[in-house]
Write a protein that binds this ligand. Structure first.
Ligand SMILES: NC(=O)c1ccc[n+]([C@@H]2O[C@H](COP(=O)([O-])OP(=O)(O)OC[C@H]3O[C@@H](n4cnc5c(N)ncnc54)[C@H](O)[C@@H]3O)[C@@H](O)[C@H]2O)c1
Length: 259
């Protein structure tokens, strides 16, 4: 059976992980490569992306590292040029970079607010701004933006929730704007998955258990769960799907205490 992304060229932003382990971007990059894509691993931490590269090469896949900060327009341009120069086309963009940020509007510091909007939202606009013309020059493409259930069910992380809500609106607007160019744009809203972004901060075992039990399934989500959803959305199996928000959260959104 043909692999699901055979011949495709993909960019994954935040393809490293902030600490050891499997983040959402790293998982997606490994799965894309496993399914035959050649993957540009973008991260502002070169070593983090190199760890992902090693994992892909160990499985016989093809990838390359691009050290870039996706909040910087010139870096986003260079990242797309890098993929085009190396492989001659671009089919897939996984806009995965994101950082956390807590507090209410009363508590939040203005600079911290601007920063989270820049990293979580502006970066996706910049990466897409450069990727879309490259995709359109070929045979179209697929973009997946990583939001969060925090946008759908806010809980004390107001700057983060607002930024991830903007990611959902951005996804729908981009889906409308670029459908005629053969570009599908979808969004994943992960639940509380156990990735280095949260484990790297040394999460207490009780909090880890509480996050797991927030799901109806009482299952702990991982980066692989988000990676598999991204793989589906960027594959041709999802050719009739655009502008959606796919929650990947074990039913957290349907849960209530004690259920
Ligand atoms: N972990 C969760 O529970 C969870 C839940 C919902 C949504 N998400 C979202 O999933 C995405 C990935 O999360 P993760 O937990 O895998 O994160 P992670 O922190 O493990 O990995 C993110 C990677 O992005 C890189 N990065 C950060 N800023 C960058 C920038 N400006 N330019 C280039 N690279 C940059 C980091 O170096 C890191 O390697 C984020 O958008 C996050 O908001 C995570």
């Amino acid at each position: 059976m043909a692999r699901r992304l055979e011949g495709k060229i993909a960019i994954v932003t935040g393809a490293g992980s902030v600490a050891e382990g499997i983040g959402n971007g790293r998982a997606a990059a490994i799965l894309f490569a496993r399914e035959g894509a050649r993957v540009l691993l973008v991260d502002r931490k070169r070593e983090a992306a190199e760890d992902t590269l090693r994992a892909i090469k160990d499985e016989g896949g093809e990838a390359a590292v691009c050290e870039a900060d996706v909040t910087v327009a010139a870096d986003c341009a260079r990242m797309v040029e890098g993929a085009m120069t190396r492989w001659g086309r671009l089919d897939i963009l996984d806009n995965n970079v994101g950082i956390g940020g807590g507090g209410s509007v009363v508590e939040v510091d203005e600079a911290a607010w601007e920063r989270i909007m820049r990293v979580n939202v502006t970066s996706m606009m910049l990466a897409s701004k450069h990727a879309i013309p490259a995709m359109a020059a070929g045979s179209g493409g697929a973009i997946v933006n990583i939001s969060s259930i925090s946008a759908l069910r806010p809980k004390g992380l107001t700057p983060y929730s607002a930024s991830k809500g903007a990611v959902i609106a951005l996804t729908k607007a981009m889906a409308v704007d670029h459908a005629r160019q053969g570009i599908r744009v979808n969004c994943i809203a992960p639940g509380p998955v156990f990735t280095p972004m949260v484990s790297g901060r040394g999460m207490a075992p009780e909090l880890r258990e509480m996050r797991k039990n927030a799901s109806l399934l009482k299952v702990e989500g991982t980066g692989w769960d988000i990676g598999y959803a991204a793989l589906f959305l960027v594959s041709d199996e999802a050719r009739y799907i655009t502008g959606i928000v796919l929650p990947v959260e074990g039913g957290v959104l349907l849960g209530s205490p004690g259920r």
